[in-house]
Every structure is written in structure tokens, then in C-alpha cells.
Design a protein around this ligand. Structure first.
Ligand code: AP5
Length: 219
């Protein structure tokens, strides 16, 4: 059965970390609008050029752009693949757009999983985050260091990078955007009875176990 789930939570809540686990364990596909936009910035596409300054400031890229990216990516996947929406939707307009995008493709939303976290801990999580410049594997200065210093566990690369928006000032703006524009969409999904909350402050494996328990009845 095809699953469509949203991982919702503020910057640094662990959405990307958990989405990658679900990809590995269930063959689901992570649809991260943040990753798509960073790829567009790197490639210098018109969308990337438009998005760069907005992202660097920690503000939100336009609803039309991100919903367009999601629709295109779903079309490329076909309808038999289970997906995890990571960082999308982020506004009421995006939530509306997602309903249309899904129903046009014969899909329906199964779960919205909200990662509950303490904001103060998130600045520490985000400013300590880095990733492999070759394969994208994620690490943290304290919580998840490579097993061998400066060598990626996954691909052996010694090239690591940090996101330009992972500084304290921008993180605070991203959190304010989350509170003002994204948290208010939760009641839309609560009214449908599809929201489950998970303690995002627990260790990564425990968060994963809690998400697995939510998905288990659906297979
Ligand atoms: P995006 O890339 O989506 O960033 P974000 O939402 O700010 O989320 P992050 O990637 O920072 O956090 P995460 O929850 O994935 O945490 P992670 O797993 O990495 O968006 C970036 C920008 O793009 C936006 O600001 C906006 O400009 C634009 N954009 C994107 N989508 C958009 C949209 N739909 N509309 C408009 N604009 C959009 O974890 C963080 C760190 O914590 C890692 O180091 C990890 O190892 C560690 N960690 C994770 N879980 C735990 C745990 N349980 N315990 C301890 N450490 C943990």
C-alpha cells in the first residue's frame, strides 16, 4: 500500500534525519523542498537564483515555487512510491495545494507526524550540524560524529560542508517563520484525525521507533 506522510516540526526538529531512516527501512522517498531548493541554488537555475537570498535570510520561498517542485517530483516518481514530505507544506496555501496535488494523482495523506522539540535545544542542534559534501550524509559536532575523524562513514569522503543558513541569527528567523506560518496549519490536519505527536527530544533511535509504531498498522 502506498503511504503519504508529512514530517512536521521546526528547523532542527529531526525531520531530515528521520526521513532518511524511513527511506532506508521502508523504501519510501523523502521529498524535501529544502533539499530541492538547495540543489536549484547549486545548479544556478532561475528558481535557485530567486530562492538563494530568501533562504539565506531564513524566510520562506514562494508557495507557487515549492508546490510546483513537489508536483514535478511526484510526477517523476509515479504513483506506486510511498513518500515522506519533509519541510512541506509550510503555509496554509501550501497545505491547500498539497491536497490538490495528491488528489489529482489518486493519493491521500495518511499521517502527519509532528516532532515536538524544545526551541532552545534546536539552535545547538542546527549550529553543530554538518554533512558530507560528497554523499550528503548528516553529522553533528556532538551528537553524531563520523566514526573515524574527518572521514564520512558512508562514502569515505573527507569533504564536509555546513549550510549557509545554519547560523544562530538565521535559525531564529526560521523558527519565527515556523511559529507564524507553519504551526497554524496543524489544526487543518487535526480536524481530519491524522496528526500524531512524537517526542523529538528523545535520542534519534527512539524517535525512529516511535515513528515506526505509527506506521506499523499500515504496513
Ligand atoms: P529546510 O531545508 O526544510 O530546513 P528546516 O525546516 O529549517 O529544517 P532543517 O533541515 O534545518 O531541520 P530538520 O528538522 O530536517 O533537522 P535535521 O534532521 O537535519 O529549509 C531551508 C530553507 O528552504 C527554509 O528556511 C526556506 O527558506 C526554504 N524552504 C524549504 N521548504 C520550503 C517551503 N515548503 N516553503 C517555503 N520555503 C521553503 O536535524 C538537525 C541536527 O540535529 C542534525 O545534526 C541531526 O543529526 C541532529 N538531530 C536530529 N534528531 C536528533 C535527536 N533526536 N537528538 C539529537 N540530535 C538530533
Amino acid at each position: 500500500m502506498t503511504l503519504n506522510i508529512i514530517l512536521l516540526g521546526p528547523p532542527g526538529a529531526g525531520k531530515g534525519t528521520q526521513a532518511v531512516r524511513l527511506e532506508d527501512e521502508h523504501g519510501m522517498v523523502q521529498l524535501s523542498t529544502g533539499d530541492m531548493l538547495r540543489a536549484a541554488v547549486k545548479a544556478g537555475t532561475p528558481i535557485g537564483v530567486q530562492a538563494k537570498a530568501v533562504m539565506d535570510a531564513g524566510e520562506l520561498v514562494s508557495d507557487e515555487i515549492v508546490s510546483g517542485l513537489i508536483g514535478e517530483r511526484l510526477d517523476a516518481l509515479g504513483n506506486e512510491t510511498s513518500v515522506i514530505f519533509d519541510g512541506y507544506p509550510r503555509t496554509a496555501a501550501q497545505a491547500d495545494a498539497l491536497d490538490t496535488i495528491l488528489s489529482d494523482r489518486g493519493r491521500k495523506l495518511d499521517h502527519v507526524i509532528e516532532l515536538l522539540v524544545e526551541e532552545d535545544a534546536l539552535v545547538d542542534r542546527i549550529t553543530g550540524r554538518f554533512s558530507c559534501g560528497n554523499c550528503g550524509a548528516g553529522y553533528h559536532d556532538r551528537y553524531k560524529l563520523p566514526k573515524v575523524e574527518n572521514v564520512c562513514d558512508v562514502c569515505g569522503s573527507q569533504d564536509f560542508k555546513r549550510r549557509p543558513d545554519d547560523n544562530e541569527e538565521t535559525v531564529r528567523t526560521r523558527m519565527a517563520e515556523y511559529r507564524a506560518k507553519t504551526a497554524p496549519i496543524l489544526p487543518i490536519y487535526e480536524a481530519r484525525g491524522i496528526v500524531t505527536r512524537v517526542d523529538g527530544m528523545a535520542p534519534i533511535d527512539q524517535v525512529n521507533d516511535a515513528i515506526e509504531a505509527i506506521l506499523a498498522p499500515a504496513g
